[in-house]
Structures are given as C-alpha cells and as structure tokens.
Design a protein around this ligand. Sequence first.
Ligand code: SF4
Ligand code: ZN
Length: 169
Amino acid sequence: MTAAEQWEDHAACRNHPALSPEAWFQLENGVPRGDGAHALYVCRYVCPVMRQCRDWYRGHHAIAGGGWWDHLGKFRDTDHSTMDMYQVAAYLGQTPRRIQTWTARGLLNPLHHRHGRNWFSVTEVMALGRVRGPIHGTGDAYRLHLIKNEQPCEKCQEVHQGAQLLPVA
Ligand code: SF4
Ligand SMILES: [Zn+2]
C-alpha cells in the first residue's frame, strides 16, 4: 500500500464482481444470512484489509472486518475455526436446508451447539467443499469462484463467456 492509498482502496467489498454492496448489510435476527454469509466469507478469508476495517469501521447492522456489528454497534466475532449452517451453505454453494439434510445423514458433524445454532469445523467444511459444491460449468459455480477470489476453472469460464455472447433481444 503506498502512502497515497487508503486502506479502503483495497477493500474486497469495493466493486465486488459477484456481490452487491447490500450483501454487507444482510443480517437476519442479528446474524449474516444468504448473501450476508457470502459477504462474511469475503471479509474473513479474502479481504486484505480485514484488520484495518475492524479497527476503523464503526457502524450498526453491518458485516465487516471478519465479523459483524449488531444493532448496538457491538462487534460480534466468532471463532474463526468454525462456521454456522448459513456460512457452511454459503461456502459450499448449497442451501441451508441441504446442509441440514447432510447433517441429519452424518455427512457433516457439528462440533457443538451454541447460541441456538450448530457450529461446524472449517477444516471439515473445506474438505467437503473439494467433493461437494455446485457443478462446475454452472452460473452458481462461477459465482462461487468469484466469491472465493479464485480463478474460475475452464468449465465455468466457458459457460460464463457463452452466456455473455447470448443475444439480448
Ligand atoms: S473486511 Fe469486509 S467490509 Fe471490511 S473492507 Fe474488507 S470486505 Fe469490506
Ligand atoms: Zn468452476
């Protein structure tokens, strides 16, 4: 970062290719949901200025800095080695209902139940992500590549380029 640059210039949420700015405010019952869970993923695992954001951002009801601010403006951080069901769903590109089904079938095993929610090991979720994710060559898979800041695989790139070439009328 040069002296002339601000940390905000490096914010992963700025002009994000897959998530709208509103995603960083998508909290339900005080917890990130849907695109909010994706935004939390970006803050925690992708953004190079997570630390500065946590130190300098002041707000309410916003996802930022690897956690989120609640309605009292209190920062809520969770153990970075665990994810709740909504974050798991976001990471794997699945619906929360499917994560519930996988948990019931023993495909995913919660580490513990706290604050009314199951918490899963990030290591286990990442391992599962290598075999269970959206099918590559689909829009969902392409979007997930962007959220994880990965170079989209060839299959996803082909489909994305094909989609851009479709006539608009
Ligand atoms: S930590 Fe999240 S909210 Fe903060 S700058 Fe990075 S992406 Fe944006
Ligand atoms: Zn892909």
